[in-house]
Design a protein around this ligand. Sequence first.
Ligand code: 5GP
Length: 188
Amino acid sequence: MPTLDIIVLTAPSGAGKTTIAHRVMEAMPDVEFSVSATTRAPRSDETNGEDYYFVSEERFHELADAGELLEYEEVYSGDYYGTLRSEVETKAAEHPVLLDIDVRGALNVKRRYGDDALLLFIAPPSMEELRRRLETRGTESDDSFRTRIERAEMEMQQRGACDAVVVNDDLDRAVEETLVLIRQFLNR
Ligand code: 5GP
């Protein structure tokens, strides 16, 4: 089996993982992004096929039943997110692949791929800061905000199971640290 390079960024919602993922992609043009499937509605700045494949719940379950999802989670009640086998297997054959997924999904990917996967946990400097960032982002309803905070507490407890933790206290510094860890992994 050839070695695969699967980079998994995981973090509580609002820790800055998606911003860091975009910055990694800019700095490392060879890295391909694994576009997940989700049943959540697109936000105004999101593009189908780039940020996510936005699918109906029926379609999502068809994909899961057909074994097309490497892992999937009901990340927030009623919203399903899953990593598409086709995305990872096709892209990883030629390039390092970057996944931006929740902690439970990330641990499942690590279990499946072992040393072929680098699992990086992006942590907010504190829970207070995470709360503040989610409020400023203003994309969430009150309910969704509360669920995200509750879930973040659970997710923070899993950080010890990841290969490394990057604290996003300063975005440029966190991106630099993430790039160093990825380069070390790619040169292993
Ligand atoms: P958001 O709704 O903010 O885009 O994403 C919510 C959470 O779902 C984030 O932590 C995101 O990383 C995670 N997520 C996105 N795609 C996947 C996936 O394919 N599988 C899993 N397990 N989580 C995902």
